[in-house]
Design a protein around this ligand. Structure first.
Ligand code: GAL
Length: 653
């Protein structure tokens, strides 16, 4: 078994003669997996029902003959212009009624039966044609489902939404209760009166918005499942995936509901170039992807060799950054490193996106780094199939993310991912591995459970966190957690309703801070954004506010609960202060680092039960001292205790 290496291959954009050179270069670069056909629908089916597979046959044959496996797209990602020309009702519509026209990609409504019918017909034709092809390794449904059409508000979507609501609530009285429609005269007499949350006067019903997101995620998932079932039927034994977008700027789909339907979890991740510490988001999202994969290996379906084309300033990667990013993904469970895309396009809106083969050809830094990366990954092949065992679970939930960031909340400065990222960074800098998992995950093996900004939580999840602490785990909860139930109704009796008993506190009122206002705590910590009028109800105050609107009120609390301990941070500690709190909490919880870390040095581990591999990624410009003994697979030499600036090591222990 080996770490897959390769990327999206779009030969249809080039003269066919170039393919011979493509496969020669793929062999030179050690490419063993190419994603083919993602945006080929218009070429494969130039007219409805008339297929032209000949060119794709030749591509697959050529790749197969060269030993390059194929991740074959069902080609349903982007319908050809003829579909909307004949069936304009297939086009997606925004909340304010604007139709999104062809000319970009993914111009279809996820609830469109016309799209579904045409997509399934193509999917079946692809499966029948290529099920037995020797190069076929993996099926790739659509592409980044919901990337541009996650939420569609057209009449077809409205009808499907009503059907979905009727199935969820049974009768409209239940919907009225769940949506709190006694407010503002919103009571519905029947499901027929219900609309998607189209542009409204004032502010829209929050539960209507939440349910619409749930519905929309389910609609895209249903499209995936429909294609997957065809593939399973016609092409049994070949795994089926679709590339997720687990990243900090996309929250459209509830991947926790999707994960169980996948044969293999795959993800696309692009580093935010404007963020000098963009590697931190990568680390978080890779841990989250592993969580979706149930702790097992997954595939990085796309990243960039250097700059992308869609950020405001598309900064090129520094020398060595590609290696570090790639090893970060492997360290956190990826068993394959693929890219968008093989050859940089000459035309189209992505022509300035980097690729394995740049516009300037192979006498380039990027190409040399690609070849070098491939050789390095070859030396890491023995980690394939291994897993990660961590003491810390950090809970994330797309539905809590959606609800937390709805309008009309106490402060626009409370954003969902802020605390998960900050705590993840604090733990990572300590050299502690983290599993980023859904609240429904079995928490029994964890010493520390982090509950950051889990604004919406179900009774069941709250009870499981409580039970884990009673049984001896430590919890660290941050502000704006446990506030509402799954209908986004406030849990009464004092905040945070779901975690009052766990934390031994009762919060009477929120005191958000003004923009830019900074406060300090009795222990010297600094904070901003948020404070709460908090009363102790069994907990002890570990720090109080020294200033701000609530001097003397507890800001950090600790509560012994059953066999365990529950901590609460009621304010937005600055990173330095949060680092200190996390160090204290983790130490007290008996969570030990893999090896002592420091800011900018990632230390993580994979194991197959017999062997352990310690991954070190040094993002800093000084040596990282990492005192573990073993063989460094990257240098193929004994690890000498240091990893150079910008360097990586994978130490077999
Ligand atoms: C992804 C997409 C690819 C390509 C890439 C550019 O969202 O799946 O097709 O567009 O971004 O970064």
């Amino acid at each position: 078994m080996s770490i897959s290496f390769g990327g999206d291959y779009n030969p249809e954009q080039w003269p066919e003669e170039l393919q011979a050179e493509d496969v020669r270069l793929m062999n030179e670069a050690g490419v063993d997996l190419a994603t083919v056909g993602v945006f080929s629908w218009a070429l494969l089916e130039p007219e409805p029902g008339a297929y032209d597979f000949a060119w794709l046959d030749r591509v697959l044959d050529r790749l197969g003959a060269a030993g390059v496996g194929v991740d074959l797209a069902t080609a349903t990602a982007s319908p050809p212009p003829w579909l909307a020309h004949r069936h304009p009702e297939v086009l997606p519509v925004t909340a304010d009624g604007t139709t999104l026209w062809p000319g970009g990609r993914q111009a279809f409504c996820p609830s469109s039966p016309v799209y579904r019918e045409h997509a399934l017909r193509l999917c079946r034709a692809m499966a029948e044609r290529y099920a037995g092809h020797p190069a076929l390794r993996l099926w790739h449904v659509g592409n980044e489902l919901g990337c541009h059409n996650a939420l569609c508000y057209c009449d077809m979507s409205a009808a499907a939404f009503r059907t979905w609501l009727a199935a969820r609530y049974g009768d409209v009285t239940e919907l009225n209760r769940a949506w709190g429609t006694a407010f503002w005269s919103q009571r519905y007499g029947s499901f027929d009166e219900v609309q998607p949350p189209r542009t409204v006067t004032a502010t829209a019903n929050p539960t209507q918005q939440l349910d619409f997101r749930r519905f929309s995620s389910d609609e895209h998932l249903a499209n995936f499942v429909a294609e997957r079932d065809v593939l399973h039927e016609v092409s049994p034994g070949v795994p089926v995936t679709t590339n997720f977008m687990v990243t900090s700027h996309i929250k459209e789909l509830d991947y926790h509901r999707w994960a169980a339907e996948m044969d293999l979890i795959s993800n696309d991740f692009y580093v935010t170039a404007a963020d000098p510490e963009g590697y931190r988001e990568l680390a978080f999202c890779a841990d989250q992807t592993r969580g979706l994969a149930g702790g097992g290996p997954w595939l990085l379906m796309e990243q960039s060799t250097s700059a992308v084309n869609w950020q405001p300033r598309n900064v090129a990667k520094q020398p060595g950054e590609l290696l570090r990013n790639s090893v970060q993904h492997v360290a956190r469970g990826a068993d394959g490193i693929l890219f968008f895309q093989w050859r940089a396009s000459q035309a189209g809106s992505e022509k300035f996106h980097s690729a394995l083969v740049p516009h300037a050809g192979t006498d380039t830094r990027v190409w040399r780094e690609v070849v070098e990366l491939s050789r390095t990954l070859d030396r890491l092949d023995e980690v394939v199939g291994s897993r990660t065992v961590n003491d810390v679970a950090l809970l994330v939930d797309y539905q809590a993310w959606w609800a937390c960031e709805l309008d009309s909340h106490p402060s626009v400065d409370v954003t969902y991912l802020d605390r998960p990222h900050a705590v993840h960074a604090a733990l990572t800098d300590l050299g502690i591995g983290v599993d980023v998992v859904h609240p429904d995950t079995d928490l029994s093996g964890y010493r520390l459970v982090v509950v950051p900004t889990l604004y919406t939580v179900t009774d069941a999840a709250a009870a499981a966190i409580d039970a884990a602490v009673r049984a001896g785990a430590t919890a660290l909860v941050t502000y704006f957690s446990g506030i509402t139930d799954e209908h986004d109704h406030v849990r009464l009796g004092g905040y945070p309703g779901a975690f009052r008993d766990l934390l031994g506190i009762r919060v009477e009122e929120f005191y958000p801070l003004r923009s830019g206002e900074r406060i300090s705590l009795s222990d010297g910590s600094g904070a901003d954004v948020w404070t709460e009028l908090l009363h102790l109800d069994g907990a002890t105050a570990e720090a109080t506010y020294a200033d701000g609107p609530l001097p003397g009120v507890p800001a950090i609390t600790r509560h012994e609960h059953g066999e365990g301990v529950a901590w609460y941070a009621a304010t937005r500690l600055d990173q330095h202060s949060l680092d200190a709190l996390v160090r204290r909490v983790a130490t007290e919880a008996g969570v030990r680092p893999i090896a002592p870390g420091r800011a900018g040095v990632e230390i993580t581990e994979r194991t197959d039960g017999q062997r352990r591999w310690t991954f070190v990624v040094n993002h800093t410009d000084t040596d990282a001292e990492v005192d573990v003994a073993g063989h460094d697979l990257v240098r193929d030499a004994a690890h000498d205790g240091r990893v150079p600036p910008g360097g990586v090591a994978v130490i077999r222990r």
